[in-house]
Ligand binder design. Structure first.
Ligand SMILES: Cc1cc2nc3c(=O)[nH]c(=O)nc-3n(C[C@H](O)[C@H](O)[C@H](O)COP(=O)(O)OP(=O)(O)OC[C@H]3O[C@@H](n4cnc5c(N)ncnc54)[C@H](O)[C@@H]3O)c2cc1C
Length: 502
């Protein structure tokens, strides 16, 4: 996967995909499964926007049972299975615990019924999934057992707990890269740091796009009769500039989680509702041994490149967690990183998340023939939505040959210990990183540290090791200093506290 713009320019493509998040990458993969030739253009690095900021859960559909949305439930369970089957070493089961205080629907009897329904409706969930990734049935447990699993639980009026199992995709950025690499080996040309500025049309038929290579500033034309706008939160802006505004394509909201520099509170993910009126549940998951918690949802009026919550919102979230868990004593200074992104909502100015993907064929609205725009709601179902998009465009007559993914060791994927120290590592780390630099379109230090490996999961390690790692590139002193400063800036803008950085 080399970044060869000159060769890329010479080809004609079955489709040009704009956007290298989970949705764009999955469209590239689904196209590859049908032998189609695609060009994928990403204006920054692959998977660096919303897709980098998820809570890293491949959700089944327990919560959709509340609204009896069985269609959505089945889709989610099926796609969770796809991830658990195809990436046995990059996914794992995660047990979730909800302490029950007999409030609202959070009662032992109601949860018992919901968990049973969840298990019955997902009977096929483990079919052809490697045993290590099988998901056990849910259960309701006693208050005593809850205390064993989660020692800091608020025990006042605790009546028991509900346990269910879901999928965790701890290093989702590496999964995205694996899918892109397989697509690239099978007909996709992926180019990062290439921003699409406009479409080219002739007599209202798409002919290609005009883009800018952000490395050189050069303008380039690429040719194809199909252009797929898969730019997530930016899809509406692009649709508007290429044709017209589609209100339903993406109504904005901000969603975020925080990674804290304190040990995880349990080996289970915890669904906790603060003891106050109209409180919403938070999800506190163990991630790399640390506490990773959220998701906080807020209103947002327009798309932003780095969407960050307000100070007030961060403080109120921390106060809620401290109120919910006695002795937690969480502080702002514990924040290692805020993972924040923009998600579509049902109605502007609310935080009520949209539930379905939107796929627009612009030609059906007097727009250019060959132009499509889409938005999706979660990474879990991105492959299925990609399948729908490709079928809508190219029809269902093309044979789909599922392409399998190579199973690798953790190191080959780029997984490093959360507290990795290069001076103590005798495991060929330099060769692994050099191979990635040469073969995986690495342009900046951040690409390697954050998205080709798991080193950047821990900002403190990333900043500490940045000088050593940057020596693997053929860069002069000035370039190295700039790249390291950019990395520090990246973390600062995303909540890394000064106290921790020093
Ligand atoms: C806080 C949070 C937690 C979440 N947790 C989960 C979870 O646990 N499980 C789950 O399934 N889902 C989760 N999600 C949802 C999931 O992350 C998103 O649904 C998914 O990542 C969206 O992918 P995307 O490809 O549509 O968007 P993006 O990842 O944003 O990709 C769009 C890409 O388009 C590029 N682009 C924009 N304009 C241009 C242009 N002009 N030219 C070229 N490229 C362009 C952008 O740079 C960007 O990389 C979460 C989301 C958030 C915000």
């Amino acid at each position: 996967m080399t970044r060869d713009i000159i060769s890329a320019k010479k080809n004609n493509y079955d489709a040009i995909i704009i956007g290298g998040g989970f949705y764009g990458v999955m469209i590239a993969y689904e196209s590859a499964c049908r032998g189609l030739k695609t060009l994928l253009l990403e204006r920054n690095d692959f998977g660096s926007a919303t897709s980098f900021n998820s809570l890293r859960i491949v959700h089944g559909g327990l919560r959709y049972l509340q609204t009896l949305d069985i269609h959505r439930f089945r889709e989610s369970v099926g796609e969770r299975k796809w991830f658990m089957e195809n990436f046995p070493n990059l996914t794992r089961p995660i047990s979730c615990l909800m302490p029950l205080y007999n409030k609202g629907l959070q009662r032992n009897s109601i949860m018992w019924a919901a968990l049973n329904l969840n298990d019955i409706l997902s009977l096929n969930r483990n079919k052809s999934v490697p045993p290590k990734n099988n998901l056990l049935n849910g259960k309701v447990i006693s208050a005593e057992k809850v205390k064993e699993i989660f020692p800091d639980v608020d025990t006042k009026e605790l009546k028991g707990g509900a346990i269910w199992n879901d999928g965790s995709i701890d290093d989702s950025q590496l999964v995205l890269m694996e899918i892109l690499k397989v697509a690239s080996d099978n007909g996709c040309t992926p180019l990062n740091y290439v921003e699409v500025k406009n479409i080219i049309t002739h007599e209202n038929q798409i002919k290609g796009v005009v883009a800018v290579d952000k490395k050189t500033g050069n303008e380039i034309e690429f040719h194809s009769p199909i252009v797929i706008n898969s730019t997530g939160p930016w899809s509406r802006k692009l649709a508007k500039s290429f044709h017209k505004d589609f209100n339903d394509l993406f109504k904005y909201s901000i969603a975020w989680n925080a990674l804290f520099n304190i040990d995880a509170l349990s080996d289970h993910a915890l669904a906790i509702t603060p003891p106050k009126d109209n409180a919403k549940a938070y999800f506190l998951r163990p991630w790399k041994g640390k506490l990773f918690a959220g998701t906080v949802h807020e209103e947002l009026t327009d798309v932003k490149d780095i969407p960050m919550p307000s100070d007030k919102s961060i403080d109120s979230f921390i106060a809620d967690l401290n109120l919910s868990i006695p002795n937690l004593n969480l502080k702002r200074e514990h924040i290692l990183k805020i993972y924040s992104g923009i998600l579509p909502v049902k109605k502007e100015g609310t935080d009520q998340l949209a539930v379905r993907e939107v796929i627009i064929d612009h030609s059906k609205h007097e727009g250019p023939k060959g132009l499509y725009s889409l938005s999706g709601v979660k990474l879990t179902t991105s492959r299925l939505v990609a399948e729908k998009v490709v079928t809508k465009i190219f029809g269902s007559n093309i044979t789909r040959n599922e392409i399998k993914f190579p199973v690798k060791s953790e190191r080959e994927y780029g997984i490093f210990d959360f507290n990795w120290d290069s001076t103590k590592d005798r495991n060929g780390w330099k060769d692994i990183l050099k191979t990635k630099i040469e073969n995986e379109s690495v342009v900046h230090l951040q690409d390697l540290i954050l998205r080709r490996t798991s080193i950047g999961n821990n900002p403190l390690v990333a900043i500490n090791q940045a000088t050593t790692i940057s020596k693997l590139f053929n860069w002069d002193e000035e370039k190295i200093i700039n790249e390291i400063n950019d990395l520090k800036e990246y973390y600062k803008k995303r909540g890394l506290s000064k106290a921790l950085e020093n």
